[in-house]
Ligand binder design. Structure first.
Ligand code: SF4
Length: 390
């Protein structure tokens, strides 16, 4: 996520809630994309600097848990830049120019000169961000799917150019290396079987051994099979998009909640300001007086009831609005309560982290170190494959 502004409830419902869920289902890495932010904010780096830590606190406030996921800052893992550079050598220019987001963003952000090298190459930097962790799933919205497809093509191109046929023994060694603690026993066993039985039986034995490893993630398991079966050519793994159900959080004016529409409620906004913002929200323009009936479908408050209210409250709104049985201020009260209730644990968690900035810095430092371990591992293979190990 790019650190270009404070996060609001649209980010919470659209992205962070999903991260909180994913962190219990997969081994997750979430990072502050400060280099990506520079592609559009190269002339105002202070915006990025000011937002990095606030954004991490917002993540933590939302319930992203450093004990379950690795949180880090992109620029603190310089291997991303090295992989980006090396991939740039083999990236056809046309692949980048054809990206739908490239022209689209250039047209939208007219106040900025985006005819830069960094902006054209940002999908490639994104590919490096993914490939360096040999990630098998990337949680994205529909609009980012072409970027994941591009990343897959980059991985294929790289593997095609630099992947090498390895003998079974070398493949097994490379595979076992990835298994960490179980390494030596497995390797010895595989080697013995290979020597005793030849390729086919050893392959079956290797697969059985991999299957027995309880502590391997699905991604690792697939990668290891790839190593054993695929002629040792898989250096960069092809990721898949993990499509998130589009959750369109309405803003205070009924449009999508977005900083550019000035219709947001920040994730940690204080209760007084939230109450005031919702109390002054526009409603169905037909309800000029308290006695005028209205239509919920024409009212942005109704859109918020879809998120924050249960069936009973929604029925109360429907009936009360069309019959002018309730007033708009009355109707808004459950939404105010719903938002405040949602924010309460966020404010509490954020308070703890704000009172102890060193805690946040330390957990990010740990995350960066963890991320770097994966990244170094990939870069060692990449350099070796490209003949850059001296
Ligand atoms: Fe909107 Fe509720 Fe007022 Fe109807 S009663 S116009 S739904 S705020």
């Amino acid at each position: 996520m790019r650190p270009t502004g404070s996060l609001h409830l649209g980010h919470y419902h659209g992205v962070l809630k999903n991260w909180v869920k994913l962190q219990h289902e997969h081994e997750c890495l979430f990072f502050v994309a400060d280099w990506h932010a520079l592609t559009t904010h190269y002339d105002s780096p202070e915006v990025i600097q000011n937002n990095v830590w606030e954004m991490v606190i917002d993540w933590l406030a939302a319930g992203v848990d450093p004990n379950h996921a690795t949180l880090f800052i992109q620029s603190q893992v310089p291997e991303h830049a090295e992989l980006h550079l090396l991939l740039s050598m083999i990236t056809p220019l046309g692949w980048l120019e054809r990206m739908p987001t490239y022209k689209d963003q250039q047209e939208k952000l007219t106040e900025k000169d985006l005819s830069t090298y960094g902006f054209l190459g940002y999908p490639l930097l994104q590919s490096a961000d993914i490939l360096i962790y040999r990630a098998n799933l990337v949680p994205v919205g529909e609009d980012q799917v072409p970027h994941i497809e591009f990343t897959r093509e980059m991985a294929r191109r790289f593997n095609h150019l630099y992947g090498r046929e390895l003998g079974f023994e070398q493949k097994a060694e490379a595979a076992i290396k990835k298994m960490g603690g179980k390494k030596s026993r497995l390797y010895e066993e595989l080697r013995t079987r290979y020597q005793e039985q030849g390729d086919d039986e050893a392959l079956a034995a290797g697969q059985a051994l991999i299957n027995e490893q309880q502590n391997l993630s699905l991604g690792d398991r697939e990668r290891l099979f790839g190593y054993l079966e695929g002629g040792g050519k898989v250096i960069l793994a092809e990721p898949q998009s993990l499509l998130t159900v589009a959750s369109r959080m309405p803003g205070l004016d009924g449009q999508k909640m977005s900083k550019s529409y000035h219709n947001t409620i920040s994730m940690r906004e204080d209760a007084e300001s939230v109450t005031k913002k919702i109390r002054t929200m526009p409603t169905d323009p037909a309800r000029v007086r308290r006695t005028d009936p209205g239509t919920p479908d024409k009212c942005p408050v109704w859109a918020l009831h879809q998120i924050y209210s249960n069936d009973a409250v929604r029925n109360w709104v429907q009936e009360g609005c069309v019959s002018a049985g309730i007033g708009c201020i009355e109707c808004k009260q459950p939404v105010i309560e719903g938002v405040l209730k949602e924010q309460e644990p966020m404010r509490e968690r954020a308070k703890m982290y704000m009172e102890s900035p060193s805690l946040v810095r330390n957990l990010i430092a740990d995350g960066c170190e963890k991320a770097r371990e994966h990244a170094r591992d990939t870069m060692r293979d990449v350099r070796e494959a490209m003949g850059l190990r001296y």
